[in-house]
Write a protein of this length. Structure first.
Length: 216
């Protein structure tokens, strides 16, 4: 059976971010810290291997920080850029935001608008909204009321489609995590805790925290 943590990491890296974000999978701080460090290591490894989703999520991790590690925008920007250059629309938007706000990188409205456009062209409603505002205000792009209106219309169209896709993606992610926890339970339920590998123990705690061990 494929290790549970690898199965989840290969989907969207969402659980890795959940683990690093500080959820209490163990009442023992030392074990919790070790668990978070392992998740961080696996996420970074995937990012370094060129996984765009992992690169984006690693950028978010640095931008937001985690328990014991303060936010570091300068560290977040390169990972956002790597993912954005591979076409990750969320990374394109967040990179644009960093440029617009001057976080971790010199403020550059033209670059912000460029990355917002790339994300908006992939159907990101919030990117289209922000691009419309920039056209309204003439920041990074020429002031153009018609373009602002056009991008607002695209934002409205995209928002409905985003909501549909997001709901479908969440449902699929839940299905995969539930299946992973069920497989983990089948392979570990008859073992004593001391007989489990470190990663199996970590995965068990993650599934327990999600209410999926034992399977519901």
């Amino acid at each position: 059976m494929r290790p549970f943590w690898k199965s989840v990491l290969s989907t969207t890296c969402g659980l890795a971010i959940l683990l690093i974000g500080g959820a209490s999978y163990s009442s023992e701080q030392e074990k919790k810290s070790t668990f978070q460090e392992e998740a961080h290591k696996q996420l970074r490894k995937a990012a370094e291997q060129g996984n765009a989703d992992a690169q984006y999520n690693l950028g978010r991790l640095y931008a937001r920080g985690r328990p014991g590690v303060p936010p570091n925008s300068a560290e977040a920007v390169p990972w956002y850029r790597k993912a954005a250059e591979q076409g990750n629309a969320d990374a394109q938007y967040d990179l644009g935001l960093m440029y617009e706000q001057g976080q971790g990188i010199p403020l550059d409205a033209a670059e912000a608008a460029r990355w917002y456009r790339k994300a908006a062209e992939q159907g990101r409603a919030h990117a289209a909204d922000d691009l419309a505002v920039m056209y309204d205000q003439g920041r990074g792009v020429p002031r153009d009321a018609a373009e602002a209106k056009r991008w607002r219309f695209k934002a409205a169209e995209a928002r409905t489609e985003e909501e549909r896709k997001a709901a479908a993606a969440k449902a699929e992610e839940r299905r995969k995590v539930r299946a992973g926890c069920a497989g983990l339970y089948q392979s570990t339920a008859d073992k004593r805790v001391g007989d489990l590998t470190v990663r199996e123990q970590q995965a068990v705690r993650a599934c327990q925290a999600l209410g999926l061990y034992p399977p519901q």
